[in-house]
Design a binder for this molecule. Structure first.
Ligand code: CA
Length: 233
C-alpha cells in the first residue's frame, strides 16, 4: 500500500492539527472532517484507507458515524476518544469500530495502531484467495475447508467450540472482538453465563495453542472488553 489515505474526523482544531502533523511527517495522506455529516460524506466520496474517528462530534455521536459507514463499507475505523469507560469502548466496537484509542494519547501509539491496521489490510489483500480456505499466522495454520488447525505441523485436538472460536478470531486477525460479538457468533446469544463459558473455552484453547499460556503470543485479552488474535511476525 503506497501512501495510505487517512480520514481524520475531529472537531477540536488543536487535536486535529496534532494528528494531521503526525500523519504528514510519517508519509500518510489525509483528509479532515470536523463533524459527523462531513465525515460520512468524505468517507463515501474519497474512499479512504482508514478512518480516525472522534466520538464527541458537534452534530451527532461518533457511534452513529460508525453505524452509517458499516452499513456500506468495511473500511477500518479507529476510534480516538476521551471517553474511557469500558461501556463506551464496547458500544463503539460492537457498532463496528476496529480499534479504540483513549485521549490523551501518544502520537507514537496512534502511529503504531495505524501500522497494525495496515498490516492487517496488506495481509488480507495479499492472501485473499488463499486466506479464504487456509489461514497461516506464524506457526499456526487453520484449514477452514478441511475443518482442522495445526501448530508446527501438528494437528491441534480442539473441541467444536474451541475450533469455532479459533476460526472467529483468525478470520478477524488484528481486530478486537467484544464478548458480545463472540458469544453471539458462537452461541447465537449473549447471556452473562455465556461470557463466563467463553472465558473457560478461551483458557482451554490457549492451553492448546500457546506455548506459554501466561504470556500469550496469539490471543490477547482486553479485560472487560474481549479478545484479539495478534498477527505473529
Ligand atoms: Ca470532540
Amino acid at each position: 500500500m503506497n501512501k495510505p489515505l487517512i480520514l481524520v474526523v475531529e472537531d477540536d482544531p488543536p487535536i486535529r492539527n496534532l494528528i494531521t502533523t503526525a500523519l504528514k511527517t510519517n508519509d500518510y495522506r489525509y483528509l479532515v472532517a470536523a463533524n459527523g455529516a462531513q465525515a460520512i460524506l468524505e468517507a463515501s466520496s474519497h474512499n479512504p484507507d482508514i478512518v480516525l474517528l472522534d466520538l464527541g462530534l458537534p452534530d451527532m455521536d461518533g457511534v452513529q458515524v460508525i453505524r452509517n459507514i458499516r452499513s456500506w463499507s468495511n473500511l477500518p475505523i479507529i476510534v480516538v476518544s476521551a471517553r474511557s469507560e469500558d461501556s463506551d469502548k464496547i458500544e463503539a466496537l460492537d457498532a463496528g469500530a476496529d480499534d479504540y484509542l483513549t485521549k490523551p494519547f501518544s502520537v507514537e501509539e496512534l502511529l503504531a495502531r495505524l501500522r497494525v491496521i495496515q498490516r492487517r489490510l496488506s495481509f488480507m489483500s495479499a492472501g485473499m484467495a488463499a486466506a479464504n480456505s487456509v489461514f497461516v499466522n506464524g506457526r499456526l495454520r487453520v484449514d477452514y475447508a478441511g475443518g482442522c488447525a495445526c501448530l508446527d505441523g501438528q494437528e491441534l485436538h480442539l473441541t467444536p467450540i474451541e475450533y469455532k472460536l479459533l476460526c472467529l478470531l483468525s478470520k478477524n486477525v488484528g481486530k478486537v472482538l467484544t464478548h458480545t460479538f463472540i458469544t453471539q457468533n458462537i452461541w447465537g446469544r449473549s447471556w452473562d453465563n455465556d461470557v463466563a463459558s467463553l472465558r473457560v473455552f478461551m483458557a482451554t484453547l490457549r492451553k492448546k495453542l500457546e506455548p506459554t499460556p501466561d504470556s500469550p503470543q496469539y490471543i490477547q485479552t482486553h479485560v472487560g472488553i474481549g479478545y484479539r488474535m495478534l498477527k505473529v511476525e
